[in-house]
Write a protein that binds this ligand. Structure first.
Ligand SMILES: Cc1ncc(COP(=O)(O)OP(=O)(O)O)c(N)n1
Ligand SMILES: Cc1ncsc1CCOP(=O)(O)O
Length: 522
């Protein structure tokens, strides 16, 4: 069976200045390309044939399958291993009847109907794309996005058709692509097809090798995760409490930076909550400062209560992923408008969140579920019938920790579900308590990021440290502080509750966490 993991699509016109086709192809093969497709859009048949012959000789030398784009005649003439067909090219059954038995046939797919048709037609593999925007080809359909690729993979059912993603893939987004493109049943891509990142490079060997190394890193993480059959002992209720206490200590000792792009309503109280926990807040939104901030240890919170600063949000998340800093996403009111939904999809399609936090209405909107409705930033009704299953499924789909807030808080990493029963109804009487939960989670994730423990999950490719513990810690801290504040004699209503809440965040002790945190692991 062909290895589709690093599928190179060539294009002579893309060659870097001074590069010769055969030389570039050989360097790419030496760098670890596993399939080659010759794609020439404006060559005469004779020139195309010559390029295909050269490719065939090199592919044979490196024992890599050769695919020809569109042209069955050229594929037959050079005895290529197969062809790649677009939606307006020759139908699969006609190509099959012309090609020798066992020839590989690939089909381009941009939507679920294409995928179903390709499976029905008996294609060997599909090229899903464009996954990112690209300048190599003029696109006639919208980009699919990494989360969209997951939706197309869902349509494959039990078929053993192979899959590659194509379009704009480079070493800077490859990990995000491999990690994020997953179906709800856990089906992943078999590979990625890359054009310019390899073939336009002045050094195709290094470009291919860089991609190869990222693919190996990803595959190793997947294998590691599959071998985790038992819940690690640190995820018993007592283990979680010890983990939270350790993170609290680290925050107070090291005061990590918690960079927050948040909304005008809660900026001040969020900064004060961060300080109260012992960390250092910075509320910065300008795209120009995102790189510098991403170099400082800590975490990033992206809260779009008042959706602005999209450019800064995109850059900040990308730089944080590169620096393995946690990204906590609080899609406030995402169900309220189409603009918010589109923005959330764009952000989640660009970077990998470490934690997504929302109320039932927000998370239902993100999951495209009709079970719970929103009104503005509030959730309507009593929530999900089965919150545990919901958070688990969403965590699997979004490939991160999901926190569902409400009278009971539910947290999952896609395997474990944690139920938290602390808090006080006074939290509902002040504005921005949900946003403060996001801030506390980001602060605890910043603390968790200072440790190297918990380095056994795929999510650690994007953020060092135990993000599940970080998320639980943030919720526990805020809800225990709320209980303490609500019980104080000097608290008479929402006006006195908010400052008391900030005070109690700073006064939170290990004993309170040990004695009062109400944690169940399901
Ligand atoms: C692996 C892979 N996937 C998709 C394409 C795109 O093919 P097509 O839609 O036929 O467009 P052109 O490449 O012909 O412009 C591909 N070539 N390879
Ligand atoms: C051929 C093709 N089909 C969909 S996107 C694309 C071009 C991808 O090129 P690049 O990898 O340079 O973005």
């Amino acid at each position: 069976m062909a290895d589709y993991s690093l599928y190179l699509v060539t294009g002579r016109h893309l060659l870097s200045h001074g590069k010769v086709y055969a030389q570039a192809l050989e360097e790419a093969l030496q760098g670890g390309v596993t399939v080659v497709q010759v794609r020439e859009k404006d060559l005469d048949t004779l020139e195309f044939l010559e390029i295909a012959r050269q490719s065939k000789a090199l592919c044979e030398k490196y024992k890599v399958p050769l695919i020809i784009n569109d042209r069955i005649d050229i594929a037959l003439a050079v005895q290529a291993d197969g062809v790649h067909l677009g939606q307006t090219d020759m139908p699969v059954h006609v190509a099959r009847s012309l090609l020798p038995p066992g020839a590989l046939i690939g089909v381009s797919c941009n939507n679920v109907e294409h995928v179903k048709q390709a499976v029905h037609d008996g294609a060997d593999y599909i090229g899903i794309g464009a996954v990112w925007s690209t300048t190599t080809k003029r696109l006639t359909s919208p980009v699919v996005g990494v989360r969209g690729v997951g939706t197309l993979l869902d349509a494959l059912d039990a078929s053993n058709i192979r899959t590659v993603a194509i379009g704009g893939i480079s070493s800077s987004n490859l990990l995000r692509t491999l990690h994020g493109a997953i179906s709800s049943s856990g089906r992943r891509l078999d590979g990625v097809a890359v054009v310019s990142d390899i073939f336009a490079s002045p050094d195709p060997f290094s470009a291919a090798k860089r991609l190869r190394d990222i693919i190996s890193l990803h595959n190793n993480h997947v294998l590691q995760q599959r071998s985790l059959t038992e819940v690690p002992s640190r995820y018993t209720p007592d283990g979680i409490k010890s983990g939270i206490i350790n993170i609290m200590r680290l925050i107070r000792e090291s005061s990590p930076l918690v960079h927050q792009i948040t909304n005008v309503v809660v900026t001040n109280q969020s900064a004060n909550a961060t300080l109260a926990l012992g960390a250092s807040p910075i509320m910065a939104t300008a795209p120009e400062e995102m790189y510098d901030l991403s170099r400082i240890p800590g975490a990033l919170l992206i809260n779009f209560g008042t959706v602005k600063d999209k450019e800064g949000m995109i850059l900040a998340g990308q730089f944080a992923n590169d620096a393995k800093k946690p990204v906590v996403f609080d899609p406030v009111g995402v169900g309220a408008t189409q603009f918010r939904k589109t923005t959330a999809a764009e952000l989640l399609g660009t970077w990998q969140a470490s934690v997504i936090k929302g109320n039932a209405g927000e998370l239902a909107a993100l999951a495209e579920s009709n079970e719970v409705q929103s009104k503005g930033v509030d959730s309507v009704g009593s929530g999900f019938a089965d919150s545990a299953s919901f958070v688990k499924a969403l965590a699997r789909k979004e490939r991160c920790i999901v926190v569902l807030t409400g009278p009971t808080d539910w947290i999952s990493d896609g395997d474990i579900v944690v139920r938290l029963d602390n808090g006080d109804k006074m939290l509902a009487s002040i504005t921005g308590s949900g946003c403060m939960v996001g801030t506390c989670i980001a602060t605890f994730c910043a603390g968790a990021n200072l440790t190297d423990t918990g380095d056994d999950g795929v999510s650690n490719m994007f953020a060092k440290g135990d993000m599940l513990l970080g998320a639980i810690g943030g919720v526990v801290a805020l809800t225990l502080a709320a209980e303490a504040a609500a019980g104080r004699k000097d608290v008479f209503g929402s006006g006195t509750f908010l400052p008391a809440l900030i005070d109690e965040l700073s006064r939170l002790t290990s004993d309170t966490v040990r004695d009062k945190a109400n944690i169940q692991v399901l």
